[in-house]
Design a protein around this ligand. Structure first.
Ligand code: ACO
Length: 344
């Protein structure tokens, strides 16, 4: 357990140092949420990011005084109900969504909504990333992000990865870590989408988990051992991903044991460069990914950090509603790292 905490701390410290070295602007749409506001104070004090808080200005001022926060004065605060730029954002939203049937009146209303406004700031380039979710559901943030920020060029499918910190003594993964995806967003990906998820997850493993990815696209079949249309989908996804990113160490279709256990990998998939040593697991659909990460977390005692949303044109990340101040702080640092990686 101690070693696991040490590994998490090691990675988080590295992520924090990266964020401090190249400060990004992060918008926190739930600016009047207590854990978010307290985290913002620490983020500013530690030089992790330049913070934009969205929320009622007077309420934020009252809470700042009540909590004795010393650094909130350095944040940019935007009151959505009293925003001199409201019309600018409404027009921007209208232009982006009019072909989907949005009216100017609807856009003006949404430009006063804290989440839409946060997403619009990111879209406008006034913020480099967004973190929310202490009070809102995943869908509340994902929908406007998908509608407005959209995906990074070359990607059509957003997904969510977890960095899994494995228990001490676990022989799998790299440096005690694995990356799992998609565990959060796309219920039933096509072969094309699954290939994109695999590629994005490899990039998350490298840029955020700081491991050299060995990516396995998983199935209940290893190299033709079973025939079914869902296996065909995994084979097709593997072919697409390998063709698109020949630089990646990536293989499929592999069963979970063939992917991570060297002896099983060499007997079931001889010649595979990934079998037996995969550290980045891509699941065939969201049901499998979501169930798998929760079981590994509960049954094996792994620590799951995420979901890190991947594939969005600008990084936006979602907190659990049960999050701590520390969770907000860390997710902001992770979001900064994503923003930095996207600019490289
Ligand atoms: N990638 C990219 N764009 C997408 C995706 C995706 N995966 N899904 C939807 N979109 C786009 C659509 O193209 C559409 O764009 P448009 O309006 O410009 O045409 C827009 O997003 C909205 O699409 P809808 O289909 O109307 O959105 P929907 O209401 O289905 O919501 C959502 C999308 C929220 C991602 C939905 O698929 C969902 O709920 N996914 C599961 C989330 C979840 O519950 N995860 C598990 C819990 S999280 C956890 O345990 C860690």
């Amino acid at each position: 357990m101690t070693l696991k905490i040490f590994k998490i701390m090691g990675l988080i410290e590295q992520i924090i140092a990266n964020a401090q070295a190249e400060k990004q602007r992060i918008v926190l749409p739930e600016g009047d949420e207590p854990r978010t506001l307290k985290a913002a104070d620490r983020i500013i004090a530690d030089g992790i990011a330049d913070v934009i808080l969205i929320g009622p200005a007077q309420k934020i001022a009252d809470m700042t005084a009540e909590f004795g926060l010393k650094n909130i004065g350095k944040a940019r605060i935007i009151d959505p109900k009293n925003n001199p730029d409201r019309q600018k954002y409404a027009e921007m939203l209208y232009e982006l969504r009019k072909n989907k049937g949005m009216t100017m009146e609807q856009a003006e209303g949404l430009a006063e909504n804290f989440m839409y406004l946060g997403i619009l700031l990111v879209k406008a380039g006034e913020a480099d990333g967004l973190v929310s979710g202490a009070r809102s559901t995943t869908g509340d943030m994902l929908r406007p992000a998908l509608q407005i920020i959209k995906t990074v060029p070359g990607v059509t499918c957003v997904s969510g990865a977890f960095i899994m910190f494995l228990p001490e003594g676990c022989p799998y993964g790299t440096d005690g870590k694995m990356v799992f995806a998609d565990c959060a967003v796309t219920p039933m990906p096509t072969a094309e989408q699954l290939a994109e998820i695999a590629i994005c997850t490899a990039d998350t493993a490298k840029n955020i988990a700081k491991i050299d990815p060995a990516v396995a696209i998983l199935s209940f079949s290893t190299k033709g051992s079973a025939k079914h249309e869902v296996v065909d989908k995994v084979i097709e996804a593997t072919n697409i991903a390998q063709e698109r990113r020949p630089d990646l160490l990536l293989d499929g279709e592999l069963q979970a044991d063939a992917a991570i256990v060297p002896s099983v990998g060499s007997s079931k998939a001889p010649g595979s460069k990934v079998a037996g040593k995969a550290n980045t697991l891509v699941f065939p659909c969201l049901e499998v990914g979501n169930i798998a990460y929760k079981l590994v977390q509960r049954l094996a005692g792994a620590e799951a950090v995420g979901p890190v949303l991947q594939g969005l044109a600008k990084p936006c990340n979602d907190l659990s509603r049960g999050c701590s101040i520390d969770d907000v702080y860390k997710l902001v640092a992770i979001t900064c790292n994503q923003a930095i990686a996207q600019k490289q």
